[in-house]
Design a protein around this ligand. Structure first.
Ligand SMILES: C[S@@+](CC[C@H](N)C(=O)[O-])C[C@H]1O[C@@H](n2cnc3c(N)ncnc32)[C@H](O)[C@@H]1O
Length: 331
């Protein structure tokens, strides 16, 4: 093999990408990152703390070092800053539940080739079925993923110092945006529109945080529920655009434009790709997830959002990074 010939290790690592899903899923199942954070540093002690075999503990920490989530020095292991921030239990940004959910979803990828041939899901898409139990599993697991974006949005929209505000969260899921925004602004009130069982989950979160008094829910389908006219200062559409067809996004944006007071803002949070579809990597990879799970969804380009929003009546449109997502603000 000549010096400038590429080696196969990068491709082999990608071919075996499911190793990462499995190793992280198993590590959070046994709270390995939490034990490491608490100073349990050796394989023998990790095995005792996690109540797993020593051979298993060694394989897991080897895998975690290989993935760059754990470091080792002279037989002592510790979390990298990324693992400390996102994989230690008790943190508001804990992604361990999402890792366990993804481990359960891994099998679905075996159908991808057939789905690619057909151009969409082989069975009823999870995103389009009313009251689908899928959502009750997904929304608590993805709540932590929305925490950084919801915090960025507080700054981008200047929510904390905005005084009285009326917010509509379309497909609000766990209610995490309302929880963060109402905590940031004690004069704000929020209404979440989602399916009834999901709104129950959100009510639970807002009650836990002592914010129920300023939180209401509307049960139903956002394609048909009336949003009203000039009622809200801020409307939110987070991780919804990717499950919808372009025409459906435009139809919702038209109704949201009408629902906003003059000067009000629509905030969209989603995995947005560059106009030439050359990046960023995460939204490009996410396109296959939408192929598997929706009939007409996708990862839309900045120019798609701009075009749809202008057609719906918005004129002032800006993009703000909240990696791996992007916030789109439209007025
Ligand atoms: C991917 S989750 C996003 C949750 C939340 N907005 C976030 O960013 O964390 C999608 C949410 O939209 C809700 N949803 C999907 N289709 C809907 C529809 N047609 N009507 C009402 N809610 C819907 C789901 O129940 C779920 O809560």
């Amino acid at each position: 093999m000549s010096d400038d010939e590429p080696t196969p290790d990068g491709v082999l690592r990608l071919i075996n990408g499911y190793w990462a899903t499995g190793i992280i899923g198993a590590a959070v199942t046994f709270s390995l990152f939490t034990h490491l954070e608490n100073g349990v540093e050796t394989v023998a002690k990790l095995a005792v703390a996690a109540e797993i075999s020593e051979r298993g503990a060694q394989a897991l920490v080897d895998g975690l070092v290989g993935l760059g989530l754990v470091e080792v020095r002279e037989g002592r292991y510790r979390n990298t800053p990324q693992a400390s921030a996102y994989l230690v239990e008790g943190s508001p940004t804990y992604l361990g539940d999402l890792a366990k959910l993804k481990q359960r979803h891994m099998g679905g990828l075996t159908t991808l080739a057939e789905v690619v041939r057909e151009g969409g899901p082989l069975t009823d898409p999870t995103t389009e079925v009313a009251d689908n139990p899928h959502w009750a599993q997904v929304v608590p697991a993805i709540a932590a993923q929305s925490v950084p974006a919801a915090r960025v949005a507080v700054d981008v929209l200047g929510l904390a110092g905005a005084g009285e505000l009326s917010i509509l969260d379309v497909g609000g899921g766990s209610g995490i945006y309302s929880a963060i925004w109402l905590a940031a602004n004690p004069a704000a009130r929020s209404t979440q529109l989602d399916w009834q069982p999901i709104n129950e989950i959100a009510r639970g979160l807002l009650a836990e945080r002592g914010l129920s008094g300023r939180f209401t829910c509307i049960d139903g389908d956002f394609h048909t529920v009336d949003f009203g006219t000039a009622v809200y200062d801020v409307a939110l559409y987070s991780h919804i655009a990717h499950q919808e067809a372009p025409a459906d996004n435009i139809a919702v944006f038209v109704r949201l434009w009408r629902s906003l007071k003059p000067g009000g803002a629509l905030l969209i949070c989603d995995y947005v790709v560059d106009d030439d579809r050359g990046g960023p990597a995460f939204p490009l990879l996410f396109a296959s997830e939408m192929l598997l799970k929706s009939r007409q969804g996708g990862t839309w380009r900045r120019s798609d959002y701009r075009d749809w929003l202008v057609r719906a009546g918005f004129s002032d449109i800006s993009f703000h990074p909240a990696p791996p997502a992007t916030l789109v603000v439209a007025r």
